[in-house]
Each structure stands twice: as C-alpha cells, then as structure tokens.
Design a protein around this ligand. Structure first.
Ligand SMILES: [Fe+2]
Ligand SMILES: [Fe+2]
Length: 257
C-alpha cells in the first residue's frame, strides 16, 4: 500500500520505484492512494492511467476524489479506482473491489473515509464498513481497508472494530507516516497512516513558502505542489491466504536523492 501520491514528483517516484519493489519484495498486489495525483488535488483520467501503467493494481482516493470533474465519468467505467464506500447513496463509482493476483489469490479492497475533522458529511464508516466486509467475505477472507481520515483516534477505532475480520487496516490522508505498525490480537495488520509519496521538502506536498504564508496571513491561497526529490512512503503486509490473518507489516520509506 502506497500512501497519498502527490503531483508529478509523487507519480515519478511511483514509476521509478514500484516495478523494482514489486520484484524485490515479491509483491502480489500494489495499491496506491491517488487522491492528490493530479497537481495535488484529485485525479485526472491521465494521471490515474499513469499510476496503473507504473504497476499499481488498485487506486484508492479520499476527500479530493471529485476535485477534477473529468474523473466522474472515468470512475464509472474504471472499477479499479475506488472512492470511499461511505459516500452517501448516489455518488458515482464504488468503494470496494475483489482483485485477483497473478497467482490467482482473491484480495478484497475496501475504501472508507473518516468523519472527524473531515470536510464531507459521510455515512458512518463503522456501519458501512461492516456491511461491505460482509459482502467481500462471500468471496475472500483476504481483505484490506484503506481508512482515509484525519483523526488518529477514528482510524485506531476502525482498526480495533474490524480486528479479526479483515487482514489489514491501513490509514491514509495525513501525508505523515506513523510508527505504530502492528498486528492486532486477532490478526489484523494496522498502521494509523502509511504516509505520503511526494516532494520531501514541502508541507505535506505543497510549496512550503505558500503554506507558511497562509498560516501567517490567514488569507485564501491556492497551493501549488512542491518540486524536487520525492519520498515514497507505504507499508507492506504479509497475509496467510488460508486464514486471512496478517503475519507481518513493515513500513516503507524510500527517499530519492
Ligand atoms: Fe491526501
Ligand atoms: Fe485526503
């Protein structure tokens, strides 16, 4: 699972690193959060395709999913791009998918978004999560959740709530990797946030000078994505395919020079 890919520096890092990581770590499935892939806000069909071409199997998103209007038509025809499952009824696209690995294993991916300190009024991620997991479990016991949220408490609570029912709950959205990766007692791998894949000399991906000016003046400001070397952040989870229990979780941080 690769954390929020931010702009061109993030996309370039994915293209440069994912093919070799796939081989080195014998990855069966690569998921990336792409909500910031197009100039820091949303995805376009082209940027989504670029990430798929780089070896990403499934894209998740989050609160920025609708920022680029052209993604609305694209998401209807491209089920490998997920939006949070707990958007209210009527939102285009879907929030869950069963992917098949090269070796024929089925992996369920579920995308949820938190409600604490988040801009959209979402349905309850705990209740929607339960409903969606029940559907996925008719096909596979290997299930990974991208829990997109601001509050560490809400993401931790989702992890504990679904411990033993899914293989992994991996947090996204804050763009800052946390050091709390662990396997919960009933076999669910958990990390509060896998971090960002984007320009390292930045304020969560945007030009630092612009972020500082906004904090200093409180004036509206359109942020631009920072430039320069990127960091790729994520987590690798190992799962026992027979039981769906996680056997290992490891953080990844690779900085370009
Ligand atoms: Fe993000
Ligand atoms: Fe987000």
């Amino acid at each position: 699972m690769i954390g929020d890919v931010v702009g061109k520096p993030g996309r370039k890092a994915v293209a440069a690193l994912v093919p070799s990581l796939r081989e080195e770590l014998k990855l069966d499935l690569v998921i990336a959060n792409g909500e910031n892939a197009a100039a820091g806000r949303g995805l376009t069909p082209g940027t989504a395709q670029e990430l798929f071409d780089a070896g990403v199997d499934v894209l998740t998103s989050g609160n920025h999913i609708w920022d680029k209007k052209e993604i609305i038509d694209y998401i209807r025809d491209h089920p490998r791009l997920l939006r949070p499952a707990n958007y209210p009824d009527g939102a285009p696209g879907v929030g869950r998918l069963v992917a098949t690995t090269a070796s024929g294993e089925k992996v369920g991916i579920l995308h949820l978004m938190g409600r604490v300190y988040m801009p959209a009024a979402m349905d309850c991620p705990f209740r929607v999560g339960r409903r969606e997991i029940d559907k996925l479990r008719t096909e596979t016991h290997v299930i990974l959740i991208d829990m997109h949220g601001e509050a560490t408490s809400e993401k931790s609570a989702i992890g504990w709530h679904f411990d033993g029912e899914v293989s992994a709950v991996l947090g996204t959205h804050t763009h800052v990797q946390t050091a709390d990766e662990q396997i919960l007692p009933k076999g669910t791998a958990f990390i509060t946030d896998v971090g960002m894949t984007g320009p390292v000399a930045s304020v969560i991906g945007v030009k630092k000078e612009e972020a500082i000016t906004k904090f200093l003046t409180q004036m509206p400001k359109k942020f631009e994505t920072a430039t320069g070397p990127a960091i790729l952040c994520g987590a690798v989870v190992e799962v026992d395919g027979a039981t769906g229990r996680a056997t290992a979780i490891r953080r990844i941080r690779i900085q370009e020079t």
